[in-house]
Design a protein around this ligand. Structure first.
Ligand code: HEM
Length: 185
């Protein structure tokens, strides 16, 4: 095993990272087009799944130590990376939580994965629900922009600056392959 392997995220953290990254991008695209295709139900059900996965991911993160930041990063870059990750966690939690709030405040029956749920409250005023929706959509645009920047930074570090950052979030075999291509190993 190389030094690199010992500082990689473990398999559960990686599985949660990549499945959530994929589902969040899908959920965003579905959210933008659901009106045209009549797939609001899919946006809601996928949203519940994302919310559960995010809660699992946060619990996993709190209860398991993440690998130390790459020592080739400057102190400033390490602070920026920590802050960016923190904001991504907040957005990942806030967006589906606001979506669930929109469903609950409608004050009508709904279902989660087919399990019927009676209205949990009287319908909230339309104007207030509209405000919640605006924030939900605004934060959704924000997480996509932030995730794109986050991905670009990871790719830049790995393939341009020669810092093994992307390989930290990859399975061993794939990490080894890109390390070879990178000419670092
Ligand atoms: C919606 C999409 C994404 C979200 C919400 C997201 C979120 C996150 C978060 C919160 C972390 C911090 C993990 C921790 O330390 O607990 C992280 C780490 C990481 N992500 Fe993503 N990510 C996304 C997509 C991507 C993509 C597309 C790439 C690569 C092309 C990527 C590469 C990485 C890498 C390399 C790390 C580890 C960074 C390090 O060790 O310092 N992510 N991601």
């Amino acid at each position: 095993m190389s030094d690199l392997i010992s500082v990689r995220y473990n398999s559960v953290a990686r599985a949660l990272h990549w499945s959530l990254a994929f589902l969040i991008v899908m959920e965003y695209l579905i959210g933008l087009t659901m009106g045209d295709f009549g797939i609001k139900w899919l946006h809601l059900q996928l949203g519940y799944a994302i919310l559960i996965l995010v809660v699992v991911r946060i619990i996993w993160r709190i209860t398991h130590k993440a690998p130390a930041m790459d020592s080739s990063l400057s102190r400033m870059n390490q602070i920026l990376a920590h802050s960016g990750h923190g904001i991504l966690y907040l957005l990942m939690l806030a967006i589906p939580a606001l979506g669930l709030t929109l469903v609950i405040t409608k004050g009508v029956p709904f279902n989660i994965f087919g399990i019927p749920i009676s209205p949990l409250m009287e319908p909230m005023a339309k104007a207030s629900r509209h405000d919640i929706k605006v924030v939900h959509v605004y934060l959704a645009h924000t997480i996509i922009i932030m995730a794109a920047m986050h991905a670009l930074v990871a790719l830049l570090h790995q393939f341009v600056l020669g810092h093994p950052i992307l390989s930290r979030m990859l399975p061993e075999k794939l990490a080894n392959i890109i390390e070879h291509k990178d000419g670092k190993k």
